[in-house]
Structures are given as structure tokens and as C-alpha cells.
Design a protein around this ligand. Structure first.
Ligand SMILES: Nc1ncnc2c1ncn2[C@@H]1O[C@H](COP(=O)(O)OP(=O)(O)O)[C@@H](O)[C@H]1O
Ligand code: SF4
Ligand SMILES: [Mg+2]
Length: 345
């Protein structure tokens, strides 16, 4: 992000816990840390990928930055305004600027509603000044932006294919004229052939509407196609971030390397040119699952890490800049051995 580009989304030190069932009636209620001290910024028109395995906190982050949930700690600002401190018309104005697309297009579209009602629905709550006839016209315009004909307005979700339904969900996200779209695994439920079409649509919307995108996915190949920067998460924390091409070409965190090694295309590309101790698809530890439940000393990734040394058991690594200059300028890594990991690639 250039220093002159205005910051659209600024999330600072977000921490969020979910309560777990009490082990017995008199016990204190335990909690799972779904997100721990996560900060990110996104400039107008920029695209940031968030990757990590299931349970690492990606959707929690999406819900916090779209104000669907309030963080236990931390601040979310849209264009400088704290979204959790706003109310009334100011909050509606902020919500119009940031819209969300979910993974399952069928589950996120009410099957009893017409497409016109589904797509226009955000306007009813967020733009009460738009009259019903205006809502229909804006829904038609949003459908046109995603390549669907106005004839779709009076049809129902079950009359469309999976890819078309995700287009309808994207049209609903566009109808308020947002600056930022948060897309949580938007193509994961689609056939591979349809995935490319929806990804191309998202790229097209970025170019034509200057839309910023927070693109969440467990699939590095997908993220590679649609993002400028990428942020890798595990255990509710960011472990590495930086320009997508740099991070994917030369991972500096063992977890990024493991995620990459699990993608056949990347594994093949690395064969013979790396001494990296890949540990393909390292499974989450049963005692320390992908979402951290403990904040004990040491690195949360240690039980799964082939690079771990004694220091990793006692000191938690902070997310530090890797270098001040290209090719690694702008990258941050949370690993005591980042320089060693990088040197092997
Ligand atoms: N509503 C909830 N109640 C309790 N635990 C939750 C809830 N939502 C998520 N979690 C837990 O928080 C952690 C992070 O979940 P989530 O953000 O959905 O991860 P991801 O999207 O990366 O799969 C997981 O351990 C998950 O089980
Ligand atoms: S700090 Fe240690 S345990 Fe954690 S990722 Fe780096 S090498 Fe592995
Ligand atoms: Mg999720």
C-alpha cells in the first residue's frame, strides 16, 4: 500500500473469544480464543487475501470487520470511523460501505424470496430513503454488474445454478455501492469450472468499480489470482503477511511453507530446488487445535513445527518486519527462525 493511498479499513489488535460449555455446573466458563491480537489495513481498491486452515479464525475476522460481531478487544475503523462506536444514520452509512459475500450461496439466499427482494434487501435497512421502485431499479443494475439479466428479478434462487446463485449473492453485496467487499470462501462451494468465472467477476468488479476486497480462502492458488497482499493465519493469529507474489514464492514461516506444500502445483514447482523440511498438510494437534485456546508461553505453532528449537517453547515470536528493502520489504513474519526458513527456499 502506498503511503498516499487512503486507508479504507483499519483493524487494530482484534481479539475475540467464544465461550465453551462448562465442564461441570460450578466450573468457570472456559473460552476459546478465536482471534488474538490481529491487526490489518486495507487501502481503497486493494485486495488482501486471508489464508489458513479451517478453524484458524478467518470467518471470525470477517464478522468483526463487517460489524456482524463486536470484538472483545480492539478497534475496527472504516475511513477513520470506529464502526462499533457509531449508531443511527452514521452506522448505516458505514455499513453501506462494507458488504459481505458468504461461502454457501444457497444457504445465504432465502429460497422463499424473489431475486429482486433478495438483492434489494440491504437497501431496505441501510438506505431507507430509496423508494420501492428505486430499489427494484438498483437491484436490476446490480444484477447487470454481475452479468445477470433483469429477467432474473422475478425468479427464485432454486431456478439458478450454483455459480449464478453466487452472482446473485455478489449483486446483493454490490447494491449499496460499497467500497469494500468481504468475501468469505466465496468459491469454495462451487465446481472448479465455475470458480474461475466467479473469480474473474470479482477481479472485474475491482477494476470497474475500484472495489477493495478482503478475500478469505483456505486455497492458496485462488488467493494468488485475486489478491495484492496475503495474510497467513493459524491459531487465531497472523503468522506471515506481505505481497502475495513474494510470500508465495518464498515463504518465511513454517506454516506458510506447509500450506504451500499441500498445494500440488506449488509442491511440484519446488521439487529439487529446496531443502525445506516441508511437512505436507500437517494436521492440527488434538491438544492444540488450529484455533488457540491457550495463551501459554512459547510459539503456538510449536507442536506442529519441524523447525522448533528450545527458544520456541519459552518465547512467543512477535510479528516483525522481515527486511526493510525488496524483495522482502513490507513482509512481516512471526517466527524466531524466519531467516533460516527463508534461506532454504
Ligand atoms: N459462534 C461460535 N461459537 C463458538 N465457537 C466458535 C463460533 N464461531 C467460531 N468458533 C470457533 O472459533 C474458532 C475460529 O473459527 P472460524 O473463525 O469459523 O474459523 P475459520 O473460518 O478459519 O474456519 C474455531 O475454533 C471455531 O470452532
Ligand atoms: S517460532 Fe519456532 S515453533 Fe514457532 S514457527 Fe518459528 S520455528 Fe516453529
Ligand atoms: Mg470460515
Amino acid at each position: 500500500m502506498s503511503q498516499d493511498t487512503p486507508v479504507l479499513l483499519d483493524a487494530r489488535a482484534l481479539t475475540h473469544r467464544y465461550p465453551l460449555p462448562r465442564p461441570h455446573p460450578l466450573a468457570r466458563r472456559p473460552a476459546r480464543v478465536a482471534l488474538h491480537d490481529v491487526s490489518l489495513t486495507l487501502a481503497s481498491g486493494e485486495s488482501l487475501g486471508v489464508v489458513g486452515e479451517s478453524g484458524c479464525g478467518k470467518s471470525t475476522l470477517a464478522r468483526l470487520v463487517t460489524a456482524l460481531e463486536r470484538p472483545d478487544a480492539g478497534v475496527v475503523r472504516i475511513a477513520g470511523q470506529d464502526i462499533n462506536a457509531a449508531s443511527g444514520p452514521a452506522l448505516r452509512g458505514l455499513r453501506r460501505r462494507i458488504q459481505m459475500v458468504f461461502q454457501d450461496p444457497m444457504g445465504s439466499l432465502d429460497p422463499r424470496w424473489t431475486v429482486a427482494r433478495i438483492v434489494a434487501e440491504p437497501l431496505a435497512g441501510l438506505a431507507p430513503e430509496v423508494r420501492p421502485t428505486g430499489r427494484r431499479a438498483q437491484a436490476a443494475a446490480a444484477l447487470a454488474a454481475v452479468g445477470l439479466d433483469a429477467a432474473a428479478l422475478d425468479q427464485y434462487p432454486h431456478q439458478f445454478s450454483g455459480g449464478q446463485r453466487q452472482r446473485i449473492a455478489i449483486a446483493r453485496a454490490l447494491v449499496t455501492g460499497p467500497d469494500l467487499m468481504v468475501a468469505d470462501e466465496p468459491v469454495s462451494a462451487l465446481d472448479v469450472s465455475v470458480q474461475a468465472q466467479v473469480l474473474n467477476l470479482i477481479l472485474d468488479l475491482r477494476q470497474r468499480h475500484g472495489l477493495a476486497v478482503l478475500f478469505i480462502s483456505h486455497d492458496l492458488d485462488v488467493v494468488r489470482h485475486v489478491t495484492d497482499r496475503v495474510m497467513v493465519m493459524t491459531h487465531g493469529r497472523i503468522v506471515e503477511d506481505g505481497p502475495t507474489h513474494a510470500v508465495l514464492a518464498r515463504p518465511a514461516h513454517p506454516h506458510t511453507a506447509a500450506l504451500l506444500a499441500a498445494v500440488p502445483r506449488f509442491s511440484a514447482a519446488w521439487e529439487g530446488r529446496t531443502r525445506h523440511p516441508h511437512h505436507p498438510a500437517a494436521p492440527p494437534s488434538p491438544t492444540r487445535p488450529a484455533a488457540a485456546g491457550d495463551d501459554g508461553p512459547g510459539c503456538v505453532y510449536r507442536p506442529r513445527c519441524p523447525w522448533a528449537v528450545d527458544r520456541c517453547a519459552v518465547a512467543s515470536p512477535s510479528l516483525d518486519r522481515l527486511a526493510a528493502t525488496p524483495p522482502d520489504g513490507g513482509r512481516r513474519v512471526a517466527c524466531h527462525r524466519a531467516v533460516d526458513v527463508l534461506a532454504t527456499v
